[in-house]
Design a protein around this ligand. Structure first.
Ligand SMILES: Cc1cc2nc3c(=O)[nH]c(=O)nc-3n(C[C@H](O)[C@H](O)[C@H](O)COP(=O)(O)OP(=O)(O)OC[C@H]3O[C@@H](n4cnc5c(N)ncnc54)[C@H](O)[C@@H]3O)c2cc1C
Length: 453
């Protein structure tokens, strides 16, 4: 008989932790406890993917209405009612959190509304003062936004606060060039807020395919975002109920809000981890092997706290692989290769595999691209541009990367991602008959390479 209180104790009730706890308890019969210090559902549900996507939807309507007018509809968008949207958003997040709590209870997981920290390889201490022992401990504490330290930095907000502004601002400065900053620049702009985005580098969305980055940036500018590259915030100062921003070019501008999305940090501070022998990396991330095991054999870690690929479906995969390895006796390493993902900028971006730049550095390639105006917006006189791009290995003809900038690109890349993950060649793509008339047909009709490299 086990001498521990639990077979598994999970710290963190976000995407990864909840999935691992539910599956271990519900499907393998393990006795599972879970501690969550804030709200169940974690970053994705409460202050990430879900509320963000709802804001993306909300921000897209003015453009749709303008397009509808061009199609003959007699309609106008009117004003956006932030209070109405925010009330609905709050209700929806409450509903989702309730579902997460129910799912845990329904699987037999014992939940603790408390902060937990590690005492030893098999013991956690809760903020209530209780101690719980477990054969295995799973760290799933996620990460949090970090605002850098500079004069006036306390006046800035992060992505956590943007969902709960007391009212829609007249103008906003978004600082950062990553996907979160770029998505919120599009959201705010779409909601009718005068939006400025500062990024200290040459181009937003560093690490993604350059041609896609350039198109997204130019489209964002065309839609109204004041994107200022090679620019950062030097200082912030209170100016009545506004914020005076002095930028690194010496210019001063007043904004209602300044949102920083320049970095996130794993939640490993003051957790007692290093004291028990868990190794922590330079960015505060828990170091794990391919089975998500830490340097302490009874302690595993999944999701953003390990800073591998910080996406919800990856945290979930890592949670499932952990359960398979530890509770089903079927060791399952986590496959981090060829993960499709979407960036909900406006225009949307779907991507999998190597960028042209990465592929070129690796081997000789062919690049197939097509640029065109989307039929729906073009009919309405719109300028919306679409990019479809395949990166192909000259040696074995495999599609190494697929990049799509288009309405619903996230939906498209999920499906194209199956083919790329299966190792499809360019000729496999070509063998598929096109679906007509849809944008994605271009993925199977690009005959000649645009360039080689
Ligand atoms: C603005 C934004 C937009 C995003 N959009 C997307 C997207 O479109 N698609 C996508 O795939 N991903 C997106 N992400 C990333 C995604 O949210 C994360 O990758 C995912 O939530 C990671 O899951 P997790 O389980 O590792 O951590 P989390 O979901 O962060 O959960 C960790 C939980 O642990 C709790 N916790 C922390 N420390 C303790 C402690 N000591 N004791 C008890 N509880 C603790 C926290 O309160 C939290 O609830 C987005 C993130 C942000 C910030």
């Amino acid at each position: 008989m086990s001498t521990f209180d639990f077979d598994l104790f999970v710290i963190g009730g976000g995407s990864g932790g909840v999935r691992a706890a539910r599956v271990a308890a519900g499907e393998t019969g393990a006795k599972v406890g879970l501690a969550e210090e804030d709200r169940y559902g974690g970053t994705c549900v409460i202050r990430g993917c879900v509320p963000k996507k709802l804001m993306v939807f909300a921000s897209g309507y003015p453009e749709m209405v303008a397009e509808a007018q061009a199609y003959g509809w007699d309609m106008s968008a009117g004003d956006f009612n932030w209070d109405h949207f925010h009330d609905k958003l709050t209700t929806e997040l409450d509903r989702l959190e309730g579902i997460y709590r129910k799912l845990l209870a329904g699987s037999g997981v014992e939940s603790f509304d408390a902060r937990a920290k590690i005492v030893d390889a098999h013991t956690v201490e809760l903020s209530t003062g209780e101690r719980k022992t477990a054969k295995h401990i799973l760290l799933a504490m996620g990460g949090r936004p970090v605002i850098p330290d500079f004069p006036g930095s306390e006046l800035a907000i992060s992505s956590n606060e943007i969902f709960h502004l007391p009212k829609l601002p007249e103008n906003i400065l978004i600082v950062g060039g990553g996907y979160i900053a770029s998505e919120f620049a599009g959201i705010m702009n779409g909601l009718g807020v005068k939006t400025t985005q500062f990024y200290r580098g040459e181009q937003i969305l560093r690490g993604f395919d350059q041609e896609a980055r350039d198109l997204i940036a130019s489209e964002m500018i065309r839609k109204g975002v004041d994107l200022q590259l090679n620019t950062n915030v030097a200082s912030l100062e209170k100016a009545g109920d506004r914020i005076k921003v002095t930028d690194t070019n010496g210019q001063e501008t007043l904004f209602d809000h300044v949102m920083f999305a320049t970095g996130r940090r794993p939640n490993t501070d003051d957790m007692g981890l290093e004291e028990v022998g868990v190794k922590i990396g330079k960015k505060g991330e828990v170091i794990v092997d391919e089975y998500s095991q830490t340097a302490v054999p009874s302690i595993y870690a999944i999701g953003d706290v390990t800073d591998r690929v910080n996406l919800t479906p990856v945290a979930i995969r890592e949670g499932m692989a952990f359960v398979s390895t530890v509770f089903r006796g079927e060791p399952m390493p986590v496959d981090h290769e060829l993960i499709p993902s979407a960036v909900f900028t406006q225009p949307e971006f779907g991507t999998i595999g190597l960028s042209e730049e990465e592929a070129k550095a690796q081997e000789p390639i062919e690049v197939y691209t097509t640029n065109f105006k989307a039929m729906q917006s073009s009919f309405a006189g719109g300028e919306e541009k679409v990019l479809m791009k395949l990166i192909v290995s000259q040696a074995n003809r495999k599609v190494l990367g697929c990049h799509i900038v288009a309405p619903a690109a996230g939906e498209m890349i999920q499906l194209a991602g199956i083919a790329v993950k299966m190792g499809a060649t360019k000729e496999d793509f070509d063998r598929v008959v096109a679906v007509h008339p849809v944008m994605a047909e271009e993925l199977v009709t690009m005959r000649n390479p645009t360039r080689t490299g």
